[in-house]
Design a protein around this ligand. Structure first.
Ligand code: EPU
Length: 305
């Protein structure tokens, strides 16, 4: 087992938030066989799976369990307009690879720091495209059923969610049916998406985790938060980004407690003003800090584990 794993792994520098303590054991499979072997040998006991850690806040007090990071599972296969990508393939890499062969449908991924597994899990979307638009099926792992291939319909995609979240499914590989298009058109769209991202969202030079809360139905979390003055809010080493109220940036060595406390302030202010309970978009991994656990009970009450 040890050939794929490291114990007491310091995770901070591996997250886009640059926050997080030690993890009990981290596994780094390089392909589907190794991934499956790890799941089998650990009997899947509370094993959690993450990609590029671009959408996850990890407790500064660490996490005592075991996790899998898919960052080394990077295989992409292309056969005409059919693309198969392993869970660890990074969004920009997949977007660019498809563009090189004149395949359209994944242009939105160019500015996403996440990886395919996480993007399927949460049905990532931007600039009028979602991963579920072109996905045809995904190979997943489930504790009871083992390896299963699920069609797009069976994956029950919706805004920032999929069946993977409620049924505890681990995404191992995703298959897409893309549309042939002139390369220049695809690249033009990708450049526009990058320009949008640059002007609307903080670059990773300012450590962050993307949108903090999901948009409530028919409204925008950024607009609601802006209207209650969130851009002036800060806590310890983190603050709300001055150009978009649904981003928290770690500007001065903040901790996970700083982030959760700030999220709580934002959440409560919107609840007081609009009676809307914003739902976090980011995942949280922790458990060792009582104060954080209390905040999570309030913030994550409606969410899957
Ligand atoms: N707005 C404000 N004040 C703010 C921020 C936004 O008034 O401080 C207003 C904007 O003017 C706009 C509206 O809110 O009218 C929506 O803002 P924006 O266009 O920035 O989009 P968003 O809904 O905040 C979503 C996704 C992003 C994705 C963009 C582009 C969510 C939670 N976020 O942002 O996804 O890149 O659309 O399509 O759905 C992510 O998931 O991490 C992410 C960045």
């Amino acid at each position: 087992m040890s050939e794929y794993s490291e114990k007491d792994f310091d995770i901070k520098s591996h997250t886009t938030f640059k926050i997080g303590g030690k993890i009990g054991e981290v596994f780094f499979p390089q392909n589907l066989d190794e991934f499956y072997e790890i799941l089998r040998l650990t009997a899947y006991n509370d094993l959690k799976v993450f990609g590029n850690l671009s959408n996850t806040l990890i407790s500064s007090d660490g996490y005592d369990g075991k996790i899998i990071l898919t960052t080394k599972m990077n295989n992409i296969k292309i056969d005409e307009n059919h693309v198969v990508a392993d869970a660890g393939v990074k969004g920009p890499m997949l977007s660019q690879t498809a563009a090189e062969v004149g395949l359209s449908g994944l242009e939105f991924m160019i500015g996403f720091p996440g990886s395919v597994g996480g993007e399927v899990y949460m049905n990532a979307s931007a600039n009028s495209q979602a991963i579920s638009d072109t996905l045809i099926c995904a190979t997943c792992y489930n504790k009871e059923k083992g390896l299963i291939k699920l069609s797009k319909e069976e994956l029950e995609f919706d805004y920032r969610t999929s069946r993977c979240q409620k049924d505890d499914l681990i995404v191992l590989q995703a298959e897409f049916e893309l549309t042939p298009k002139p390369k220049e058109e695809i690249k033009k769209q990708m450049n526009e998406n990058l320009a949008f991202r640059k002007s609307h969202q903080p670059s990773l030079a300012l450590p962050n985790c993307g949108s903090i809360f999901k948009n409530p139905k028919g409204d925008s979390a950024g607009r609601l938060l802006d209207s209650i003055g969130a851009k002036q809010m800060q806590q310890g080493g983190v603050k709300v980004w001055e150009n978009h109220a649904n981003f928290i940036v770690n500007h001065a060595g903040g901790t996970s407690y700083d982030v959760l406390s700030l999220m709580y302030k934002m959440h409560q202010a919107v609840k007081r003003e609009y009676n809307i309970e914003l739902e976090p978009e980011i995942r949280f991994l922790g458990g060792n800090n009582e104060k954080e656990n209390e905040l999570c009970q309030i913030l994550y009450q409606k969410m899957p584990k």
